[in-house]
Structures are given as structure tokens and as C-alpha cells.
Design a binder for this molecule. Structure first.
Ligand code: ADP
Ligand code: 5GP
Length: 185
């Protein structure tokens, strides 16, 4: 049986990466897609592991050749999902997780009708702002752009099959695990 595409979306800083890491610990059979981006690498990130870091020309070439399943502009940078690894993994029967923002989730909804779309939301916008500040990976003006994007993203909840509140981390991981388990049957 072919695997499914599982989109985990939500505003920057909501805890997608943290929740997904915990989920992969429980479900090592899941395949995590590595996105391409034109954003600069953060010091703790590894090319090919966290992202494929591309310059604008290389990203354009990949997008123009039809190599991206979806892509979006986010906070002034581009991000996209390389299509080939997703197709190969699903054809081999693996479920593939895409950790992407909301515009990309909409494109996946159109291109992969069987995809499962999950939105992770914060308990409040104040909690989101605090997490983004505490993570400390962005300059203050970029934090503001991400919070602005968050308002737009949270307004798109109707696009998703499930909405999970990441208040207590363990509860959010339990719920995501349950949703993915239930939808396999
Ligand atoms: P995203 O991948 O959505 O941008 P991260 O996983 O990087 O978000 O999480 C942003 C920050 O919030 C991190 O510092 C992380 O440790 C913290 N965090 C994640 N989940 C929770 C939670 N349930 N409660 C409090 N802090 C959290
Ligand atoms: P960050 O710069 O914090 O790593 O990511 C910024 C936003 O881009 C996050 O919401 C993240 O989920 C999203 N993102 C990461 N990869 C992709 C991708 O391949 N496609 C899309 N549409 N969004 C992505």
C-alpha cells in the first residue's frame, strides 16, 4: 500500500519542530521530508539534514524544472518541498511528514488529494510570541514578520483536517500520534 503525505503546519515558533522530533522518536518508520530554502543557515543547522540551503538561482531552477511539490514565499525567503523523495518514499509505502507553512499546505491539498493536513496552533498569540523570542534564532524585526504571518496562518484553520493545540508538549505529541495512527486504518 502506498504511504500518505502528512502535512504538519502552523506558525513559526508554535513548536512544529519540537513536536515532530518527539513524534519521530515514537514512530521511526515516518519519513521526514527535507525542504529546500533560500534562507541563510542558522549556526546549528546542517545542509541536507535540516534544509537544502540554495541560492536564488538554484531554487528557481528547481522550481522551474517541476522539482518542487509545493513552494511559498515566507518572511522574504522561499521554501519548497523537493518532489522526488516524497514520491519515492510514498511509493515504497512510507508515510511522509512535511513540516511546511500554510500556503504550501494549500498547494499540497490540491496536488495530493489523499494528504492528511494537520495545523498546530499555540494556546495564545502571547505564548507564540514568547516562544519565538525565547528561541532567539531571529532578529527582532524578523520576529515581528513571523508574528504577522502567524495571524494570517491561524485564519486558515478551515483548510486542515485536524487542529492540535500545542499547550503541554506531551499532550500535543499524543494527539498527533493518535491522529496519524487512526487515519492509517
Ligand atoms: P517551530 O518549528 O514551529 O518554528 P520550535 O519547535 O522551534 O517551533 O519551537 C519554538 C520554541 O518553543 C522552542 O524554543 C521550543 O523549545 C518551544 N516549545 C515547543 N513546544 C512548546 C510547548 N508545548 N510549551 C512551551 N514551549 C514550547
Ligand atoms: P524556518 O525559517 O523557521 O525554518 O521556517 C519558516 C517557515 O517555513 C516555517 O513555517 C516552516 O514550516 C516553513 N517551511 C519549511 N519548509 C517549507 C517548505 O518546504 N515549504 C513551505 N511552504 N514552507 C516551509
Amino acid at each position: 500500500m502506498a504511504g500518505r503525505v502528512v502535512v504538519v503546519s502552523g506558525p513559526s515558533g508554535v513548536g512544529k519542530g519540537t513536536v515532530i522530533r518527539a513524534l519521530l522518536g515514537r514512530r521511526p518508520e515516518l519519513f521526514l521530508s527535507v525542504s529546500a530554502t533560500t534562507r541563510p543557515r542558522r549556526p546549528d543547522e546542517v545542509h541536507g539534514v535540516h534544509y537544502r540551503f540554495l541560492d536564488d538561482a538554484a531554487f528557481d531552477a528547481l522550481a522551474r524544472s517541476g522539482g518542487l511539490l509545493e513552494w511559498a514565499d515566507y518572511a522574504g525567503r522561499r521554501y519548497g518541498t523537493p518532489a522526488a523523495p516524497v514520491m519515492e518514499a510514498t511509493a515504497a509505502g512510507a508515510d511522509v511528514l512535511l513540516e511546511i507553512e500554510v500556503q504550501g499546505a494549500g498547494q499540497v491539498r490540491e496536488r495530493c488529494p489523499g494528504a492528511l493536513l494537520i495545523l498546530i496552533v499555540p494556546p495564545s498569540l502571547d505564548a507564540l510570541a514568547e516562544r519565538l523570542h525565547r528561541r532567539g534564532t531571529e532578529e527582532p524585526e524578523h520576529v515581528a514578520a513571523r508574528l504577522e504571518a502567524a495571524r494570517r496562518e491561524l485564519a486558515q484553520a478551515g483548510l486542515f483536517d485536524h487542529v492540535v493545540v500545542n499547550d503541554r508538549l506531551e499532550d500535543a505529541v499524543d494527539e498527533l500520534d493518535r491522529i496519524i495512527g487512526a487515519s492509517r486504518r
